[in-house]
Design a protein around this ligand. Structure first.
Ligand code: OAD
Length: 254
């Protein structure tokens, strides 16, 4: 076991209240493109920031709904990876842990995490764009670029993806829960986020200011390096299982 893993395993083994904060890098090895890469393949001609906005949906609901359905289809074809499973293992061993994710996929849930806080919403929580009534997730995924969105069962308004778009506020309940957890944890483990998008990127900094130990897992350097006590440079599917093994290797808490 390398020194950095040891430096992370000791505080993690002693922590009573752990926050795990994840970004798109968590799902990268499951084949789900990180946010910036989301334009590979069918959508490489489109600027995601021009698709992920309320104005884009108003101007061309079929194009925007089609893009999110394409992303939902990619997630459904993907499988949780060893990093997702390691996160669920930490939650199982630290009763006082809270998982906060910026991801809109359901891979944490499918790996056994019971109730991630979805700061940016979810591909699996569509709602009416007019009256906000939750709408059912469509059966199967329509193929093609323009897919007219379903209509709301109550007011017939166009159904929108349940994700946060650029220029929209984060769900109040989610951000309050995230700030509360980060303000009162002993340790925050940030995995696979570039730490560039606010207000989500504030969460690890809230924990650091509150005196928590911050551990970062990322193959690359990020702005969160400066608030991290330990930087584990590597992919989530290798670093997280090794960290769990270092702390609870024989199934017992050290
Ligand atoms: P980004 O695409 O900005 O950053 C992905 C991070 O994951 C980068 O720092 C990579 O170095 C890292 N990474 C890549 N592969 C990895 C691996 N195998 N293991 C660990 N880390 C890896 O994604 P986010 O930081 O999540 O918002 O972006 C934050 C938000 O920006 C997204 O939630 C999205 C976007 O606006 C919405 O979609 C609402």
């Amino acid at each position: 076991m390398g020194q950095p893993t040891r430096d992370a395993a000791v505080p993690l083994g002693q922590a009573r209240r752990v926050v795990i904060f994840t970004g798109a890098g968590m799902s990268a090895e499951s084949g789900v493109p990180t946010f910036r890469d989301a334009l590979t393949g069918l959508w490489r001609r489109f600027d995601a920031q021009a698709l992920a906005t309320p104005e884009a949906f108003r101007d061309d609901p079929a194009l925007v709904w089609g893009w999110y359905e394409w992303r939902r289809g990619a997630v459904q074809r993907a499988r949780p990876n060893a990093g997702h499973r390691a996160v669920a293992a930490i939650e199982a061993r630290v009763p006082g842990s809270v998982l906060i994710t910026q991801n809109v996929d359901d891979l944490h849930e499918r790996a056994g995490s019971a109730a991630p806080v979805h700061l940016h919403g979810s591909l699996f929580a569509p709602r009416c764009s007019a009256c906000a009534l939750p709408a059912p997730v469509p059966d199967g995924v329509a193929d093609g670029r323009r897919v007219p969105p379903p209509r709301c069962g109550r007011c017939s308004g166009p159904v929108r993806p349940g994700v946060v778009w650029f220029g929209e506020p984060l769900p109040r309940e989610a951000i309050d829960a995230a700030v509360e957890a980060a303000s009162s944890c002993d340790l925050l483990l940030t995995v696979g986020t570039s730490g560039l998008v606010y207000p989500a990127a504030e969460i690890p900094q809230v924990a650091a200011r509150a005196g928590a130990t911050v551990i970062q897992v990322n193959p690359d350097e990020t702005p969160l390096d400066r608030v991290s006590d330990v930087n584990l440079r590597g992919p989530a599917t290798q670093v997280l299982p090794a960290l769990v093994d270092a702390v609870w290797g024989n199934g017992q808490r050290t």
